[in-house]
Design a protein around this ligand. Structure first.
Ligand SMILES: Nc1ncnc2c1ncn2[C@@H]1O[C@H](COP(=O)(O)OP(=O)(O)O)[C@@H](O)[C@H]1O
Ligand SMILES: [Mg+2]
Length: 225
C-alpha cells in the first residue's frame, strides 16, 4: 500500500527580494512499512520535503497525497487530525517541554487526543517502557541525557499510534554511538509495529543504516540507493 505519494512537486519560497526553489519536480512514493532516509547536504531541501509529507506545508505546484488524499485539498481541521493521528514527528533538538517530566511530555499529546487521565498515564508509561525509559518516567529533560531525551521524543511521536514517523536529523545532536542506538530503536519499532519511518539526515553513515536512501541535491531527487 502506498502511504505517501509526491507527484511533480515544486516548492518555491518567495521572500521580498528573492525566490528560492527548494524542491524541483520531486516525484516519490513511500510504501507502508518502509524504513527509509532522505539524505543530502545542508540546503538541499530535506526539511522542506519532510514538512510537505507531514502536512505542515503545501507545495507551490504538484501533488502530495497521504493515503490517497491530496493535502492541498484538505481543510485545516482535516489537516490537524491527520497530523495528530496519522503522523508522528521527531526533531533534531527533541522539542520536549522542559518543565514536564518524561511521562507528562508523552501524556500531553494523548490529552489533546482526548484520552482520560488514567488512559494517558497507562499508554504513556507503556510507550516509555517500550523505548527503554521505564525507570525514567519522573525525570525532566534536564535530568536526562540527550539520547534519553530523543527516546522520550520517539515515545511521544508514537502516542497516537501513527502510521508514519517523520524524523528530521534525529541524530544531529547526538554522538555517533548514541545516534546509532536511536536509529536501531527506530528500526526495532519499524520491524515490531510496522511503523513507516522517513529519516532525514545529512550524514551518509546514518542514511546507510536504513533500507532505502533517497538522495536530494539542489531540491532534486538525484538518485536512490
Ligand atoms: N521558510 C523559508 N523561506 C525562505 N527560504 C527557505 C525557507 N525554508 C527553507 N528555505 C530555503 O530552501 C532551501 C532548502 O532548505 P531546507 O529544506 O531547510 O534544506 P535542508 O533541510 O536540506 O537543509 C534552502 O536554500 C533554504 O535556505
Ligand atoms: Mg533541514
Amino acid at each position: 500500500m502506498t502511504l505517501v505519494k509526491l507527484e511533480k512537486v515544486n516548492k518555491i519560497y518567495e521572500t521580498d527580494a528573492t525566490s528560492v526553489k527548494a524542491l524541483d519536480n520531486v516525484t516519490l512514493g513511500v510504501e507502508k512499512g518502509e524504513f527509509m532516509s532522505i539524505a543530502g547536504p545542508s540546503g538541499s531541501g530535506k526539511t522542506t520535503l519532510l514538512n510537505l509529507i507531514g502536512a505542515l506545508d503545501t507545495p507551490t505546484s504538484g501533488e502530495v497525497k497521504i493515503e490517497d488524499r491530496n493535502t492541498s485539498e484538505m481543510s485545516s481541521s482535516e489537516l490537524d487530525n491527520l497530523r495528530l493521528k496519522k503522523i508522528g514527528f521527531v526533531f533534531q533538538t527533541f522539542n520536549l517541554i522542559p518543565t514536564l517530566t518524561a511521562l507528562e511530555n508523552v501524556e500531553i499529546v494523548l490529552s489533546i487526543a482526548g484520552l482520560s487521565t488514567s488512559e494517558q498515564n497507562d499508554r504513556a508509561s507503556e510507550l516509555l517502557e517500550l523505548v527503554g525509559l521505564g525507570d525514567r518516567l519522573d525525570h525532566r529533560p534536564n535530568q536526562l541525557s540527550a539520547g534519553e531525551c530523543q527516546r522520550v521524543a520517539i515515545a511521544r511521536s508514537l502516542a497516537n499510534d501513527p502510521d508514519i514517523v517523520l524524523a528530521d536529523e534525529p541524530t544531529g545532536n547526538l554522538d555517533t554511538d548514541t545516534g546509532d542506538e536511536i536509529i536501531d530503536l527506530m528500526r526495532d519499532l519499524n520491524e515490531d509495529f510496522e511503523k513507516t519511518f522517513i529519516i532525514v539526515t545529512h550524514d551518509p553513515n546514518v542514511a546507510k543504516r536504513t533500507n532505502r536512501i533517497v538522495n536530494l541535491r539542489d531540491g532534486k531527487v538525484e538518485n536512490e540507493d
